[in-house]
Design a protein around this ligand. Structure first.
Ligand code: PMP
Length: 291
């Protein structure tokens, strides 16, 4: 059975409700985190909580409770779930105020945690990889919204992946408004050329993924020369290998970008060794014990 909590109180699914005046619902005025629990341990919980509190700061949100207290609430909710491997979704939205003019630091928040079964990508997806394509929309620019904050308004990402799927691909390759490669719709992107591992720098307007940071560390220890920089799509499609990273998918090979096959149209060997090392890292550093 999944578990739910609101403002630190465990509640049944039927009681896990928000008001129609919730500003997360009305305006996307809120922040979130998606975290994974593997065998009762919450992977990179500290890193996700740090990003959550940074997101709050970037949008002027008063979280109402300390990071330690909220972390306890996450562990308590995870412990209450039947599943020991699960997806932990934290949502914090500003409450009860219709209208744009209210001063944000006067609004209190609702803290919601849901712990639900993991929806695994099929193993075929990892064996085959994903096909990415360009879409008509760009990643929202930093000047319009702090993109390092993981805010609730994901309509840009939802429309982008939907357009990609309608065009026969698996996901979108999002460029920023300067035409630099940014990321995919719910994951960061990397390419490998020789022994160099490259990923867009934060200046590209990306979400700084917890998985991204972890992969960069693992890759350095494996002897890759790891580089963060701004680059265009031309450079990406000339790579030896390309892959995506994210909490939900972990590491996912990319075999095709628009009509160009990457690494001969199949997951590359170096990507596969990073996938293996990442699994080992999860086993060796499982994170915070919830059950
Ligand atoms: N970019 C976007 C837009 C995302 O939504 C996510 C998923 N949270 C990521 C990148 C990957 O971040 P993480 O590794 O922290 O899951």
């Amino acid at each position: 059975m999944p578990a739910y909590s609101i403002n630190g109180e465990l509640v049944k699914e039927s009681e896990a409700k928000v008001s129609v005046l919730d500003r997360g619902l009305l305006y996307g005025d809120g922040i979130f985190e998606g975290i994974k629990m593997y065998n009762g341990y919450i992977f990179k919980l500290k890193e996700h909580m740090t990003r959550l509190y940074e997101s709050a700061k970037l949008i002027g949100m008063d979280m109402g409770v300390s990071e330690d207290k909220f972390t306890e609430e996450v562990l308590k909710t995870a412990a209450a779930a039947e599943e020991s491997s699960a997806y932990v979704r934290i949502t914090v939205s500003r409450m009860g105020n219709l209208g744009l003019h209210t001063l944000l630091d006067t609004i209190t928040v609702t803290r919601m945690i849901i712990v639900i079964p993991l929806a695994y990508q099929s193993t075929e997806a990892y064996d085959k990889g994903l096909h990415l394509t360009n879409v008509s929309m760009a990643r929202i620019p930093e000047i319009s919204l702090p993109m390092r904050a993981k805010t609730l308004g994901y309509l840009n990402n939802i429309l982008a992946v939907n357009e990609a799927k309608k065009n026969g691909a698996d996901d979108a390759l999002l460029l920023n408004t300067d035409g630099n490669v940014a990321e995919s719709t719910g994951s960061n992107i990397f390419y490998i050329k020789g022994d160099v591992l490259v990923t867009p720098s934060p200046d590209a307007g990306i979400l700084i993924g917890v998985t991204r940071n972890c992969i960069m560390e693992i890759a350095k220890n494996m002897g890759f020369n790891v580089l963060e920089k701004l680059f265009k799509q031309d450079e990406l499609i000339q790579a030896d290998e390309v892959f995506l990273t994210g909490t939900a998918m972990e590491i996912m090979p990319v075999y095709k970008i628009n009509d160009t096959l990457i690494s001969g149209g199949k997951p590359g060997e170096k990507t596969k060794s990073l996938m293996k090392s990442f699994k080992e890292h999860i086993a060796n550093c499982p994170g915070a014990k919830a059950k």
